[in-house]
Design a protein around this ligand. Sequence first.
Ligand code: AMP
Length: 282
Amino acid sequence: MKTIECMDEMQSIGQEARANGKKIALVPTMGYLHRGHASLMEEGRKRADLLVVSIFVNPTQFGVGEDFDSYPRDMENDRAVAEAAGVDYIFAPRAVDMYPSGYQTYVNVEELTLPLCGANRPGHFRGVTTVVTKLFNLIAPNVALFGRKDYQQLAVIRQMVADLNMQVEVIGMPIVRDADGLAMSSRNSYLSPAERVSALCLSRSIRTVKAAFHGGERSVAALKKIVIDTIGKEACAVIDYVEFRHCTTLAPMDRADEQTVLALAVKIGKTRLIDNGILGEE
Ligand code: AMP
């Protein structure tokens, strides 16, 4: 496994591999790698000859007052996780090279980025789609793997790839959870032990809503109340949003069906966590 910082070097490796008929898989990440990231890499390993994981804490997707400076970083552990997952190249460019002074080009997906995380994090998805476009141009992957943990992000990337005729197959991977149900996230490292326990209200509310749905409840208002009541029991939890949306179009729904995704963003103390679940899935 080799770590590459230089954008030209990465681009040459991608181009040469493609010219030699090799299939390239890319897993874009912001590092501080955990088992969720590893599951994407392992799937990428199966689907390609060359597996690249990018590690880049992307400044353009963080808003003012968000956690860009404090975002956790641990390159040594990241190397170990990537190596164990069979990664060929870690691509870890420098922010000044990705966005040199005078940089002024952004990619923006419109409607899909307005609700949910887009509503409270203006500019976030514009930063995501811009950096993913740059990574696609630099690495030329045939396949790119994303987690369903970032549900809206996956929908936005799929839309961008379709709209801009990008020749990349986008694979959405299941959410990897700790044994107690908490969705794995680099940001879980911000949680105190007590907050870590409170944070279980996200996955618990998704499980409770699924049970009610499978018991016959179809009213989104009633299902939403379950989430609000479950999260309301945690003193340090503040809801950012609780939304029931169609799982592909993200259109709002009044009546739930198998295709409804429950998407949540909740602040546990100062840490904003997201989670989701499709009601028709176990
Ligand atoms: P991040 O480093 O948080 O930007 O995440 C990089 C990729 O890993 C994204 O596609 C995430 O959706 C995915 N990911 C993060 N956490 C998980 C998880 N718990 N399960 C599956 N995928 C995840």
